[in-house]
Design a protein around this ligand. Sequence first.
Ligand code: CP
Length: 362
Amino acid sequence: MSLELSLEAFLALSDAEKAPLVEGRAALFAQQFDRPFLDRIQRVADAARLTRSTPGGAAFLAGLLPHRTVLNFFVQPSSRTFLSFNGAEAILGMPRIDMRDVSTSSIAKGESIEDTIHTFTAYVDLVVMRHPDADAASVATWVCHEASRRLSRPDGQRIPVPVISGGSGAEQHPTQALLDVYTLQRQLALVGGLDGKCLLLVGDLARGRTVRSLALLAHHFPGLSLRFASPERYAMRQDILDHLDAHGVPWGVSDSLDDALVGADAVYMTRVQDEHDADHVEGEHPPVDPRFRFELRHLKRLKSHAPLLHPLPKRDEIDPAVDRCGDPRVAYWSQERNGLWARVALIADLFGVSDAILERHG
Ligand code: CP
């Protein structure tokens, strides 16, 4: 695929139009992932998890990418995405550089995002980034492509430095969608996985980039239907609803968690993303609408196989008593752990070493 477009022309495309153009050199949009890829990530993640459980397996994984340096460029707050990428890179033996505080970089001197990314390509072989600007990861991918035409790397390679988005504005969080599908498939394995199930998404669906990316993958699972439960102002945006309609995914809307819960095979809670509010005050958060707060009484009404997910961080949208109840359906802590293995699988796949992991433990 070709990126022979001006930056302006590239950015003017929709995510779905950009997706095939960045294939193999970036992971920016859920639209890049098809069912064979999702299944492959699951298999590689499972194999890496098993392989890492012995010293010999850990040494094998750490020997796969010691010659590839990665920059974790996270200029928006993150705990688990940042840490799980760091952990995944360590498992694969990659030397790592972190940049989180732009005040210590030349961005503070007014350097453009284009020049900043171009500079990264002189030093590293992979950029993982989280940025408040929804276009920043696309800009980075385009710049890395341009830079590869000019820069002669020490190893003689001229392939573009790949870019992985760890969250872009309020639009997409593609690697979270990978780990969410991985978690749902594992949690629902005894009842046939996600195919034919009903997934309930709750909370701030308008600005929750995790649920937006996850919804974009629904059509890969035959028979899967989506249900949305949110205050009206946080309703799922029309672009996602149009995507679901175009792909024949049934969906419905509910204005309370109590009603929406009936028939759900999995529940995915989200917090209000109030950092996007114009009047947001650092450290102050509005209380959750009680109609969309998950409590123990909801767990009692949930199907016996139905997991409760949350991308985390959470605030008051889940009663802390749910954390403490010990019910195996409370899956968000294993969900965040799954992120480590899904990201090992993604990076391994991007660098062509996932087959080696499968061959050892597939
Ligand atoms: N789920 C997620 O993206 O968490 P962090 O913001 O902590 O990375």
